[in-house]
Ligand binder design. Structure first.
Ligand code: SF4
Length: 442
């Protein structure tokens, strides 16, 4: 029988990268990938623990699969990712439909675990933290991703222990992959058609391998001729080192959008989050970057109504938004994650939280609208990624990561083209490919 794996991914780009690497691995034991759940002989759910009710969403999803296969042969069911790590044995007890539970630092063992399960028909849970062996294994398995914009995980885990976050518990301590391994993988991705590399890590700018830093990685990948754009996410303000900031003054390929979560504009709240930076530290980074490269813009993450947040603290957050004019940000009401220190803190009244979220989003969205509007009638460089779903237009991204819908032809896919922006809304720019490229590019 043909072995077909259906992979569903929840959560962040790191999970998307992991899902692809898992597929690169299970291919070795004969699995093909399918997008059709009904023909799957293996169902793999790669989970995320960041959002609210993450655990319940996973059980709900497994319930859906169970229903789907009620009158058919049961697929092998594997749960991976951060919920698998956090729940481990509990998952197998609560939902017997699940066969294997594998944590993020044990993906290199997946083939062995599948074979062991098929041989013994005994449920398996594997959640050991072993990032070194994992990446050591992956270095010999060719990354088959062939996307114009490809992710490349360079670092995993976190030592910072913000009091609201589960990552240090689900992904383990900070680990940086060897420099040469990353460069080799970037070359493979470039040969597969990648024009943009997005370095990933929970604390990507904490990357440190021997004497190499993220700045060194960027400058080295910049030398790969087929790569036209480089990005990285997600960073921590404390790790915005001077050598990384300096790269923005010399780079030709590092894009000018810095995603740098601040979470709150109040030092009191930052302290009670254990963020290990102040608002002033953040502003120093902002000023330095702006000085070295005026075109740099910022995006951020905000937690609204963190326990103890008073009106004064909230207003300070609004002030920082007005000052920095983040061009694209994520904002959420605080929700406790089991096992974290902040999960023991007293929650803020729901009405107050919702009102604050409305206010903050009004400011953030207005910044987005204003910024997008400012691009109208200008020429922007756009990396064309694919056809839109209606198969009429094309989808690309500006240097600031903003989605751009444009006219074009298939031969534009994978190319950076000058696009005249003819319209905009909060999330998207619309434009036409400009043949006269003598005009100034925004
Ligand atoms: S630095 Fe980021 S990943 Fe680490 S604990 Fe804080 S929020 Fe979580």
């Amino acid at each position: 029988m043909n072995k077909k794996i259906f992979i569903k991914t929840f959560g962040c780009q790191m999970n998307e990268y992991d899902s692809n690497r898992i597929f690169d691995t299970v291919q070795k034991i004969g699995f093909d990938r399918t997008e059709n759940l009904n023909e799957a002989t293996c169902y793999l759910l790669n989970t995320c623990h960041i959002r609210d009710k993450a655990k319940e969403k996973v059980y709900h999803e497994i319930g859906r699969v169970k229903k789907n296969f009620r009158k058919k042969i049961k697929p092998l069911v594997i749960v991976t990712g951060c919920v698998a790590q956090a729940e481990n044995q509990e998952m197998l007890k609560r939902e017997p439909y699940i066969d294997l539970v594998i944590g993020p630092q044990a993906y290199h063992k997946i083939n062995h675990k599948i074979e062991e399960y098929l041989d013994k028909q005994k449920k398996i849970e594997e959640t050991e933290f072993d990032a070194v062996s994992k990446f050591n294994y992956f270095k010999d398995i060719k990354n088959s991703s062939n996307k114009v914009s490809s992710f490349l995980t360079i670092q995993e885990g976190c030592d910072k222990f913000c009091y609201f976050c589960v990552v240090p518990f689900t992904r383990g301590p900070e680990y940086s992959r060897p420099f040469n391994e990353i460069i080799n993988e970037a070359k493979i991705l470039a040969d597969n058609g990648a024009k943009e590399i997005i370095f990933l890590g929970q604390n990507v700018n904490a990357y440190k391998n021997e004497n190499y830093s993220l700045a060194d990685l960027i400058l080295e990948v910049e030398k790969i001729p087929k790569i036209e754009r480089i990005r990285y996410t997600t960073s921590h303000p404390r790790d915005m080192s001077d050598d990384l900031i300096d790269v923005y003054g010399v780079t030709k390929k590092l894009m000018p959008l810095v995603h740098l979560p601040i979470q709150s504009g109040s030092d009191k709240i930052l302290k009670s989050m254990n963020r290990k930076h102040t608002v002033k530290d953040y502003l120093v980074v902002y000023e330095k970057l702006k000085k070295i490269n005026e075109s740099v813009e910022f995006s951020s993450d905000f937690i609204v109504a963190y326990p103890g947040e008073e009106d004064e603290d909230f207003n300070e957050t609004i002030e920082i938004i007005k000052k920095i004019k983040f061009i694209n940000s994520y904002s959420f009401i605080f929700s406790p994650r089991p096992g974290t220190r902040a999960s023991n803190y007293e929650l803020i009244d729901k009405k107050v939280s919702s009102k604050r979220l409305d206010i903050i989003q009004k400011h953030l969205f207005q910044n987005q609208i204003n910024k997008n509007k400012s691009f109208e009638n200008k020429i922007m460089n756009v990396l064309v990624e694919n056809l839109t779903e209606d198969k009429i237009n094309f989808f690309g991204r500006s240097e600031y990561m903003t989605p751009v819908i444009l006219n074009g032809s298939e031969e534009n896919i994978g190319k950076v083209v000058p696009v005249k922006i003819t319209g905009s809304n909060k999330n998207t720019l619309f434009g036409k490919i400009e043949n006269n490229s003598n005009q100034k590019v925004a």
